[in-house]
Design a protein around this ligand. Structure first.
Ligand code: MRU
Length: 360
């Protein structure tokens, strides 16, 4: 692999199938699952074999390829009908990360243009979505690392790395780049209750790539900031509304509030495929509620009092006013707002598929 400190891949297209690193089993087991149908891909997204906004979008794009492989008989009408069921299935797999709907729209646009055998074109498009994501992450890594200002420690939340993307990562891409250039001396990672993306995935990914990582319970973040240990909080996003509000893993909002209180800078790193101009503000972003079991049990072992009810939102919304910097592959926005985001989405690459509306 061309970049140092980047050796993990969550998605691999091989021999007409999608291979996914099963993230439910990490860090104990490194096991790739081979998927050959769109229904299997939708289920893998739903149950978090693959997770992270860009990775979900890429998986869905390959899922469309698998759907067409199964349904294409040479008669256009027939495969289009079968395909719609699979598109609906993929779209219903998880609600918050907008990259899923963005990738499906992009695949649908290609389908609408094809008159004959669609397979090559669709596989080419899925591969392009995958490769463009890695390139965007590497670009954001350079841009974000250049903002750090001085050698420092940073805090991150959830997993935003190669496991959550096509490769390299969003926030973790900035951290990779910052570590490679010596600007980041230490990475603190929230364990990220309840699914433990920080403890199980980020800590694993960073140790695989020989980047030292210090794990902390989510509730310890404020004390860490009070001690003056970190200069930046760097996180990814699942959906960024037109006004700059950011939906990301539950606990992100709390970090943003705490960072502002302690004078710690708050950086959001996300490709433009995560920006949803059709959603005006954070309050309109659908927030996934997950099963009570994630809080009531741990590895199948009951840890909560019987009879307790559970509130388990998977994401929260950080208002734009708490975001100091938004980094996308198109550039850096300081103090994002509707105007700056509209300008960014309107400028570079106009006419590219990235400009597409994202409602299915
Ligand atoms: O529930 P998950 O693990 O899919 O949530 C992932 C996150 O919240 C990430 O921070 C986000 O997708 C950005 S990843 C590049």
């Amino acid at each position: 692999m061309s970049h140092d400190h980047d050796h993990v891949r969550a998605l691999v297209w091989r021999d007409d199938a999608l291979e996914l690193l099963d993230q439910r089993l990490l860090p104990k087991e490194t096991c790739y699952r081979r998927l050959t149908t769109a229904a299997e891909v939708a289920e893998a997204i739903r149950c978090m074999v693959v997770r992270g906004a860009p990775a979900i979008g890429i998986a869905a794009a390959y899922g469309v390829v698998l759907a067409v492989r199964a349904g294409y008989t040479g008669k256009r009408d027939r495969w289009q009908i079968v395909l719609q069921e699979d598109l609906d299935r993929l779209a219903a797999s998880r609600p918050t990360a907008v990259n899923l709907f963005w990738a499906l729209r992009r695949m649908k646009r290609v389908i609408a243009e094809i008159a004959d055998d669609p397979l090559e074109r669709l596989l080419g498009e899925a591969r392009a979505i995958h490769e463009e994501d890695i390139a965007a992450n590497q670009r954001m890594g350079v841009l974000g690392a250049s903002l750090l200002g001085e050698r420092c420690a940073v805090l991150t939340h959830c997993n935003t790395g190669s496991l959550a993307t096509g490769g390299y990562g969003t926030a973790l891409g900035v951290i990779r780049a910052g570590y490679a250039t010596g600007m980041i001396e230490r990475v603190y990672a929230d364990e990220t209750r309840p699914w433990l993306q920080g403890a199980r995935l980020t800590a694993w990914e960073l140790t695989q790539d020989r980047i030292p990582v210090t794990l902390l319970a989510d509730g310890a973040a404020a004390a860490l900031m009070r001690q003056g240990e970190v200069r930046w909080v760097i996180v990814g996003a699942d959906r960024i509304a037109a006004n700059g509000d950011v939906a990301n893993k539950i606990g992100t909002y709390s970090l943003a509030v705490t960072a502002r209180h302690h004078g710690v800078k708050f950086m959001v790193v996300a490709p433009t495929s995560t920006v949803d101009l059709a959603t005006p503000e954070g309050a309109a972003i659908p927030i996934e509620q997950r099963a009570a079991d994630e809080l009531l049990n741990f590895n199948g072992y009951p840890v909560a009092a019987t009879g307790a009810e559970v509130w388990n939102p998977s994401f929260d919304v950080t208002p734009a006013e708490l975001v100091d910097v938004l980094v996308t592959e198109r550039g850096v926005i300081l103090k994002p707002d509707s105007t700056k985001i509209a300008d960014m989405m309107d400028t570079a690459n106009s006419g590219s598929p990235m400009q597409a509306p994202i409602a299915l």
